[in-house]
Design a protein around this ligand. Structure first.
Ligand code: 13P
Length: 261
């Protein structure tokens, strides 16, 4: 069993100084990690200084966003090529990018491809809105977002990426998905990946849950079959809560695996 992956998405919060202080504290609180890979997605401004500050055996970094062209006249944008070597991961297709900034499927698949081309692991975020859930369209939305997001990469590359299932209705609302719903969605995601890219890709791809994860509910997702980790917004802003989640993950993973008959 691989390490669990826990990603903190700070969104448009924390200044560069606050981010640096946070990392300092987290370093002390988290201690040595054996079973958990921790990734921080701070403001773009903090990536370079944090890249110098973090010890990469301890924490890795993710970009919250980037543009898919490598260079050129794109005022205000930062490319995956410019982030190469600074971050190890890049969020793509987050619901806030899809809904507030109107990112479309074709932007998202170009970004996934740009990340892969630049040695950055894309974290493709997918999930249904409350309306789509009420209309029983969750599976269709998941399938469409997978097909749309992964169209430009190979099955070997798909096996190396991360998919985050984040139902839109659960993001920042305190309404979290039940572990049963998450298990069902994650199974469906792997079935679709198998159908589109084969068994090996489906086994290798890491799938996370995100949406109102906190210190109290984190364990239930970490123990859910098929879930390789968490993508955390609000609760990751509190260094003590975030360190607490990491600690629970470490403790859980160090228990001997119970074998069935
Ligand atoms: P919350 O944990 O604040 O619900 O945010 C989830 C999220 O969007 C992580 O990317």
């Amino acid at each position: 069993m691989g390490k669990k992956l826990i990603i903190a998405n700070w969104k448009m919060n924390l200044t560069v100084n606050e981010a640096s202080l946070y990392v300092h504290k987290l370093d002390k609180l988290a201690g040595k990690l054996k079973h958990t890979e921790v990734v921080l997605a701070p403001t773009m401004l903090a990536l370079q200084p944090l890249n110098m500050q973090v010890q990469h055996h301890h924490f890795n970094l993710a970009a919250q966003n980037f543009y898919w062209r490598d260079r050129g006249a794109y005022t205000g944008e930062v490319s995956a090529a410019q982030l190469r070597g600074v971050v190890q991961y890049g969020l793509v297709g987050h619901s806030e990018r899809r809904h507030i900034f109107a990112e479309r499927s074709k932007d998202i698949r170009s970004k996934v491809q740009a990340a892969v081309r630049n040695n950055i692991v894309p974290v493709l975020c997918i999930g249904e809105t409350a309306q789509e859930r009420a209309d029983k369209e969750t599976s269709d939305v998941i399938r469409d977002q997978l097909v749309g997001g992964l169209a430009n990469i190979t099955s070997v590359e798909v096996g190396q990426i991360v998919i985050a299932y984040e139902p839109v209705w659960s993001i920042g609302t305190g309404k979290f998905a039940s572990p049963r719903d998450v298990e069902r969605a994650v199974k469906y995601i792997r079935r679709q990946i198998e159908h589109l890219f084969g068994k090996v890709a489906a086994e290798n791809v890491r799938v996370l849950y995100g949406g109102s994860v906190n210190l109290d509910n984190a364990m239930s997702y970490l123990q859910t079959a098929g879930v390789n980790g968490l993508l955390i917004g609000e609760s990751s802003l509190d260094v003590y809560a975030f360190a607490g989640i990491i600690k629970k993950c470490e403790d859980m993973s160090s228990l001997p695996v119970k074998r069935g008959k």
